[in-house]
Write a protein that binds this ligand. Structure first.
Ligand code: ACM
Length: 542
């Protein structure tokens, strides 16, 4: 098999050469100072599966180096009988080259213990590669169902393997608050667990009667950040506001509009309980963000902003008085005012606010970057206004949506999104000028977890669709789905070696089904009409 047939995502340039590089007990790994961490990771991977140390002298060498003349995340990989050279534009670029090199080796290289009978050989080749987009992301909702730290680290490894580089962690929502905040301990004492969880879609869906919870300490999150950073991945944290906050209000009722005690949410959906607009509430969220900034070095900090139902604000005399005090003329403007308070705070600290496209309603905060999830309307409007955007349209990259019309798809949601659909994802909306297009940082897939209640189920929904996302965001130029599908076939052997429980092309395995648990199915036309109606108020004027 040629090198080109093994690499996923497909590199920009690859040429097969004659010969092969054979690893043996005398092979060594050498690296310059800037690539030392990547060398350690490569050594760990190769040592585990081959049983050799890679620290000898006299044998053939795998040499790693940073070459700043290359694109920051780009790499050059040269495999010859005499040795292997991997140069990257930065440590992340070297890491991407290392991942490509591992794919040239037999898939057993992904096993964690020695596989003695394998001939460890890579085909000779020259690869020159760099990504099309700088934001190649995945959002993980760890609020609806908590993902234990161990599984987050495993997910980071899987992202790195696919050259994905942004993990957006949705840390708070109505049904759970998952980050320790020292100043406000009740956020996790009360907010990190709920009494039970709704099973299946719909107002009549039963609860399971089983408590669910978990949270990350700040030390856990620092570990995740450092682990991800060593693998070229930035963690973008998200603290939801001013909607999707019921867990916070359950912990601190003074944050809410009604003052009534609430429990942490046990039902899915869009919930009317939102934050009040008092200065004390803004200050609370600024203090929370201050602790978030200490843990997460990311330039981008998520503040949510989606699906904030404004009924409580409309009905509440104090909120209406507050709007007059602030001189804001509508509830949309009140949300915009709230987001601006956080934007100023983050901007003053050298960070950038990242929010869902609803933050366009009532006026976009000056420093905001927009995640466009309801189609590309928000992205177009924001890019035209000079803001950076990340595309994550639900009908293409919401990986919690169903994967086929198969009657056994577990808790099927909304529209069918196949591997082929994700592969066709192009984050650049039609109709942007050259300068507006420069605001498209890239794209991300979103994994909402109302119905993804375990790491095994996460595997089923994420893979292999994330493999397609990786190539859609990494590889510039024409797409060839059939060629991708054939490389994906070979790639699945790697996921098998890693123990990833991906969805099989012919449907779920018996234990991947959820018999009798209803989802909510839409047609593409109905979903498109809903999204068009929802975004009419943020559509750019033609
Ligand atoms: C979202 O799906 N509510 C961003």
């Amino acid at each position: 098999m040629s090198a080109a047939d093994r690499l996923l995502p497909r590199p920009l340039h690859v040429e097969d050469r004659s010969g092969e590089f054979v690893l043996d007990a005398t092979t060594s790994i050498a690296a310059d100072e800037a690539a030392a961490e990547q060398a350690a990771l490569l050594r760990a991977a190769l040592s585990a599966s081959t049983g050799w140390g890679f620290d000898g002298r006299g044998g053939r060498e795998i040499a790693l180096s940073v070459d700043p003349s290359l694109a920051a995340e780009g790499y050059r990989l040269s495999v010859a009988a005499e040795g292997v050279r991997i140069a990257g534009g930065s440590a992340s670029g070297v890491g991407n080259g290392v991942q490509a090199f591992l794919q040239l080796l037999p898939p057993q290289v992904y096993r964690r213990a020695t596989v003695p009978w394998v001939r460890w050989v890579a085909p000779a080749c020259e690869v020159a590669d760099e990504p099309a987009f700088r934001w190649r992301g995945v959002m993980l909702d760890v609020a609806r169902h908590f993902l234990p730290k161990h599984d987050v680290l495993r997910f980071v490894d899987l992202m790195a393997m696919h050259r994905l580089n942004v993990l957006h962690l949705h840390l708070t929502d109505d049904q759970g608050w998952r980050i320790q905040i020292n100043r406000y301990p009740r956020l996790t004492e009360v907010g990190a667990w709920r009494r039970e969880s709704q099973v299946g879609y719909g107002a009549d869906a039963p609860g399971d009667g089983r408590p669910h919870g978990g949270y990350y300490t700040q030390d856990d999150l620092r570990e995740i950040v450092a682990y991800a950073s060593a693998r070229g991945i930035t963690i973008v944290p998200e603290i939801e506001s001013p909607g999707h906050v019921q867990a916070a209000i359950a912990a601190y009722p003074e944050l809410g509009v009604t003052g009534e005690p609430l429990e942490v949410g046990t039902r899915w959906g869009i919930i009317p309980n939102v934050l009040n607009a008092e200065d004390s509430t803004v200050a609370f969220f600024r203090y929370v963000l201050d602790e978030v900034l200490e843990v997460f070095p990311s330039a981008f900090i998520g503040v949510g902003g989606d699906e904030c139902v404004k009924d409580q604000w409309r009905a509440d005399a104090r909120t209406q008085e507050r709007m007059r005090e602030l001189g804001v003329g509508s509830e949309d403007e009140l949300q915009s005012w709230f987001v601006r308070q956080l934007d100023e705070h983050l901007t003053a600290r050298g960070r950038r606010l990242f929010g869902w496209d609803e933050i366009l309603e009532g006026g976009l905060a000056p420093g905001a970057t927009v995640a466009s999830w309801r189609g590309s309307t928000g992205a177009v409007a924001a890019a035209r206004a000079g803001h950076d955007v990340v595309l994550c349209p639900d009908e293409t990259v919401y990986l919690n949506y169903r994967q086929s019309e198969h009657p056994e798809e577990p808790i099927p949601l909304v529209v069918v999104i196949t591997v082929r659909d994700v592969y066709a994802f192009d984050p650049v909306p039609a109709g942007l000028t050259e300068s507006e297009r420069a605001h498209v940082l890239g794209g991300q897939a979103n994994l909402w977890t109302e119905y993804i209640d375990s790491p095994r189920t996460l595997d089923y929904f994420a893979f292999p669709r994330l493999c397609a996302l990786a190539e859609a965001l990494w590889t510039a130029g024409d797409r060839d789905y059939d060629a991708f599908a054939s490389r994906l076939d070979a790639h699945l052997a790697r996921l098998d070696a890693l123990g990833v429980e991906y969805r099989r092309a012919d449907g779920p395995l018996p234990w991947q089904t959820r018999p009798g648990i209803p989802g909510r199915i839409d047609t593409r036309a109905a979903r498109a009409a809903t999204v068009a109606a929802l975004t009419a108020n943020i559509a750019p004027t033609p």
